[in-house]
Design a protein around this ligand. Structure first.
Ligand SMILES: [Zn+2]
Length: 178
């Protein structure tokens, strides 16, 4: 792991993460499955996980990653980045990897968080596809935004109690190799 959260830091209470995730001008996204906030790299070259709030220094919300998901090694993450680094359009993505194992519209109001002064926002258009067969430990998640840009992330696989909307299907392996 490149860095660890400081366990002595208090949790962030300034709500910067929630505001940043709602702000289209900031490259911050909330991953509701992991309960994590990510910094999206320019050009869709991946995500970095926030461990601390850049504004108040408090800890980011506790990730569900360790509880529910396999750990993806740095080497494996690097391998997957190399595998996908030249893929920039949805067409290239599907030509290379075939049909995704999951194909989700990300359009529900659960995608953005509301607060006292801002209602939850509904975002139409973005789509998230998941490929499971590329790695022993990671699923490749690709968000396709409304401008057909791709946002890759490589996430550990569920190994624990499932969250309510998780379909069962850990055994299937429909992806194509390389
Ligand atoms: Zn904060």
């Amino acid at each position: 792991m490149p860095s660890k959260p400081n366990p002595d830091a208090p949790l962030c209470e300034c709500r910067w993460f929630e505001r940043a995730a709602r702000d289209d001008a900031l490259p911050v996204v909330f991953d509701e499955r992991m309960n994590e906030y990510h910094l999206v790299h320019t050009g869709g070259r991946g995500h970095s996980l926030f461990y601390h709030c850049p504004f108040c220094g408090g800890r980011a919300p506790d990730s569900l990653r360790k509880t529910y998901w396999t750990e993806v090694s740095i080497e494996e993450s690097h391998r997957l980045h190399q595998l996908t680094k030249d893929i920039t359009t949805p067409q290239q993505l599907f030509e290379r990897f075939g049909e995704p194992d999951h194909d989700l519209e990300v359009g529900s109001s659960s995608m953005t968080l509301g607060s006292e002064d801002t209602p939850p926002e509904t975002t139409l258009g973005p789509r998230r596809v998941v490929f499971r067969g590329l790695s022993d430990t990671a699923d490749m998640h690709v968000r396709i935004d409304r401008y057909d840009r791709l946002w890759f992330s490589f996430m550990g696989r569920s190994i624990g109690p499932k969250q309510s909307d998780q379909a069962s299907g850990d055994g299937d392996n429909g992806g194509t190799d390389r």
